[in-house]
Design a protein around this ligand. Structure first.
Ligand SMILES: Cc1cc2nc3c(=O)[nH]c(=O)nc-3n(C[C@H](O)[C@H](O)[C@H](O)COP(=O)(O)O)c2cc1C
Length: 310
């Protein structure tokens, strides 16, 4: 790992807008993740003190290593976000150069920066200057339309990134199609900074396949949604908390930061994902998607836990 970022192990949890909340990150940490990422934070919104963005920077005291991810298209605005005191407590800063969402790309942000490597390089340099002792990383895809990952990885290294994460798809591929392991291996071979591999790691087999590319670490996204205990399974570690206790803890942590009615709506997708982890969980999805109370949803999940295998 980089000299700046010491991790307990090589599994990190991906930034996922709408999912990487403080409660979810905390239980991922309990199941042993080396680090987690916040969901992407708009550098522009931070400049204006946007409350919704500030609310995404809550951090629970027992979270060990959390990296704040920012997105934007202007080196000055991005550097100011890095220097914003609300990011002071985070162990690292990550720049989003992988988001394919049309509303982000049309602003020249996220993976659109892969079409303008000189600008991407200036953003990394400006952020690195402001990051101080915190490691500065970049999350990229293989390219925008075409695969030019070697050029992208070298640009990140030359501009001062301390490590990179490579999602093994181009922007054009969005989230579908095969992950290109050979290109992730090429990215690793082309630079001397650490490289994390990302894409479709959902079990031991895919974890080992990603490791076989030679990467220094692995970033997991969708594979842990509804199933954060996968982290302990992959690391061959015992669970320090049972799955049902973890689900309850997820909610309890959110209750420290957000109003109950917001949590009821916000947690629906997480609850449905948790139900999917149980063999008989599919039947409960409708009840969970219309539930008006957290206690009602937790009772449904407790019943699943009592009667079905994970
Ligand atoms: C719902 C959702 C939200 C995401 N939000 C972000 C984000 O905020 N920043 C980012 O860099 N990537 C984001 N991603 C991409 C993931 O970090 C990851 O690169 C992608 O899902 C592939 O990894 P996986 O196959 O392990 O899920 C998101 C993905 C999903 C499914």
């Amino acid at each position: 790992m980089t000299d700046l970022l010491k991790l307990d192990n090589n599994i990190v949890i991906a930034p996922m807008a709408g999912y990487s909340d403080v409660g979810f990150r905390s239980i991922c940490c309990d199941f042993g993740s080396g680090a987690t990422f916040t969901e992407m934070l708009s550098a522009q919104a931070m400049l204006y003190g946007n409350k919704k963005t500030q609310d995404m920077t809550f951090r629970y005291p027992t979270e060990k290593c959390v990296i704040a991810q920012i997105f934007g298209n202007d080196p000055i605005v991005m550097a100011r976000a890095v220097g914003n005191p609300i990011l002071d407590g985070f162990e690292g800063i990550d720049i989003n150069m992988g988001c394919p969402a049309p509303k982000v790309v049309k602003n020249g942000e996220g993976s659109a920066l892969l079409k303008n490597l000189p600008l991407a390089g200036r953003i990394i340099q400006a952020c690195k200057k402001e990051a101080g002792m915190r490691p500065l990383s970049v999350k990229v895809r293989l390219g925008f339309n075409e695969n030019n990952i070697t050029e992208i990885a070298k640009m990140c290294e030359e501009s001062g990134a301390d490590f990179i994460t490579v999602h093994g798809r181009t922007t054009k591929q969005m989230f579908a199609g095969e992950v290109d392991y050979d290109s992730i291996a090429k990215a690793k071979q082309s630079v001397s900074i650490p490289v994390f591999g990302n894409g479709n790691v959902t079990d031991k087999h895919s974890y080992e396949k990603m490791l076989s590319t030679g990467v220094d670490g692995i970033m997991i996204g969708r594979g842990v949604v509804g199933k954060p205990w996968l982290i302990a399974d992959l690391l061959d570690k015992p669970y320090v908390i049972s799955p049902i206790e973890a689900i309850k803890k997820h909610v309890e942590i959110l209750r420290k930061y957000y109003p109950e009615q917001w949590i009821v709506l916000f947690m629906r997708k997480h609850f449905i994902a948790y139900a999917s982890a149980f063999k008989g969980g599919a039947k409960s999805k409708i009840a969970l998607s219309t539930s008006q109370s957290i206690d009602e949803s937790l009772n449904i999940l407790q019943e699943l836990y009592n009667h079905f295998e994970i």
